[in-house]
Design a protein around this ligand. Structure first.
Ligand SMILES: NC(=O)c1ccc[n+]([C@@H]2O[C@H](COP(=O)([O-])OP(=O)(O)OC[C@H]3O[C@@H](n4cnc5c(N)ncnc54)[C@H](O)[C@@H]3O)[C@@H](O)[C@H]2O)c1
Length: 402
């Protein structure tokens, strides 16, 4: 147990760094300090440091990692930097909070900026990602650090309640359904495999996949003392925005411009106990973000609506009346009926997630969202890409056990 506050260093100064910092402010019951920040854009990092009272700013991730006072590095950087920075942090003996996903495939060694994933072997991608997960697992074990996988759905209060109801009822989780969808990422990096590592299946479906795997891990641990793992994967992907009649429409309400990545994906996981999960994601859904998990158990059925939910329902005949007020992520309009989120960070699970991570490091215990979950999510997603490309069910167990 540490005797002084846990000191956290944030790497990255964009969207996720901002919501992590806002959520650290809502963490209670743990002694900690956000002590430093490093971003590629010093002005953005300085603005966050000023807004959130962070005492030290470094010009690079390397410099922050070299600070002996930092206990945990919180990686809020693009996906392609996750694995390299986790490995560097482990070498320096720093605990890690890693945003989702754990890593990904961004092109073969030596690939130029114009590399595209079109026609590239998905089997080779899955092999490469399997090697990545093994490298991270070994580095974390060797260094004896705590790896915290920032899958906030594990901590989202509706999903926590779903899990408790499944535990209370002693249910076998027969079937899990879930979705994360919205009208499209606006981030430029998301358009291309080279910078994103995949499309909707990786960026969005990582959340429902993470939640479904977590629920089966938990069910196995409470019944038999070990997690129930996935054994096979079947997936389909598509680019719905390439449908000619849609392309011909003059007025668009959803994001377009996807290059070599999909904007829709669906994946079915089969688990070692014979249960299944059916999960979907798309960047083409209007009407605000749709985030939910439904569990069909043997003794209970529970739907966990992260977004939208009906805690607050609003109507206005003119969206301009709500101009100064945030409603909910990714709505195209504020007019008509809407479902404003009273506290989006809380219902999304961010403060509870960070509280668990700080407590895990302070008390030398495992976090609820751990490395096993991070690795299973990665391998399931890339097995999904292989399944979609070869139009077959892929056995994922050999990759999990490699
Ligand atoms: N859990 C969630 O709900 C959620 C939501 C959004 C994003 N994310 C994850 O967060 C991660 C970052 O996404 P984002 O939306 O914050 O992206 P972003 O582009 O808004 O921010 C990324 C930041 O990383 C910085 N950066 C890039 N290279 C760097 C380097 N070498 N050293 C230091 N800083 C560097 C950039 O300057 C930028 O400030 C992604 O992995 C994404 O999957 C998670």
């Amino acid at each position: 147990m540490t005797t002084r506050p846990v000191r956290i260093g944030i790497i990255g100064a964009g969207f996720s760094a901002h919501f992590h910092l806002a959520s650290y402010r809502k963490v209670y019951g743990e002694a900690f300090e956000v002590a430093a920040i490093a971003g590629r854009d010093p002005a953005k990092a300085a603005a966050l440091a000023a807004q959130f009272g962070i005492p030290r700013q470094y010009a690079s991730a390397d410099e922050l990692l070299a600070d002996p006072a930092i206990d945990i590095v919180d990686l809020c950087v693009p996906n392609n930097l996750h694995v390299p920075l986790v490995l560097q942090a482990a070498e320096r003996g720093k605990h890690v909070i890693c945003e989702k996903p754990l890593g990904g495939f961004f092109g073969p060694d030596g690939a130029g900026a114009d590399w595209t994933a079109d026609g590239y072997s998905r089997a080779a991608m899955l092999d490469a990602v399997t090697e990545q997960t093994r490298a991270v697992e070994e580095a974390v074990a060797r260094a004896g650090i705590t790896f915290c996988y920032a899958e906030n759905w594990v901590y989202a209060p509706p999903i926590v309640k779903l899990n408790r109801l499944m535990a209370a009822s002693g249910s076998t989780l027969l079937r899990i359904q879930g979705e994360e969808s919205h009208s499209g990422s606006h981030a430029a990096y998301s358009r291309r495999w080279r910078t994103a590592g995949g499309g909707s299946l990786l960026r969005l479906c990582a959340h429902p996949i993470g939640a479904a795997l977590h629920l089966k891990h938990e069910e196995g641990r409470r019944r038999d003392g070990k997690p129930i793992r996935p054994v096979s994967v079947s997936a389909q992907v598509a680019k719905l925005t390439a449908i000619p009649s849609f392309e011909a429409e003059a007025r668009k309400h959803i994001v377009t411009g996807w290059e070599d990545v999909e904007d829709w994906a669906t994946i079915t996981l089969a688990f070692e106990d014979g249960s299944v999960a059916q999960l979907t994601s798309t960047d083409t859904r209007m009407g605000g973000i749709r985030n939910y998990i439904a569990a069909h158990g043997s003794k209970a059925v529970v739907t966990a609506n992260i977004n939208p939910n009906t805690t607050c329902q609003a109507y206005t005949p003119d969206g301009a009346y709500f101009d100064s007020e945030y409603l909910v992520e990714k709505t195209e309009t504020k007019e008509g009926w809407s479902f404003p989120a009273p506290d989006e960070d809380m219902v999304t699970g961010y403060p509870d997630e960070l509280r668990d991570f700080i407590g895990a490091v302070a008390n030398n215990r495992a976090p609820r969202s751990d490395l096993l979950l991070a690795m299973d999510v990665m391998l399931v997603i890339y097995a999904g890409y292989l399944s979609a490309a070869e139009r077959r069910v892929v056995d994922v167990l050999p990759y999990l056990q490699r």
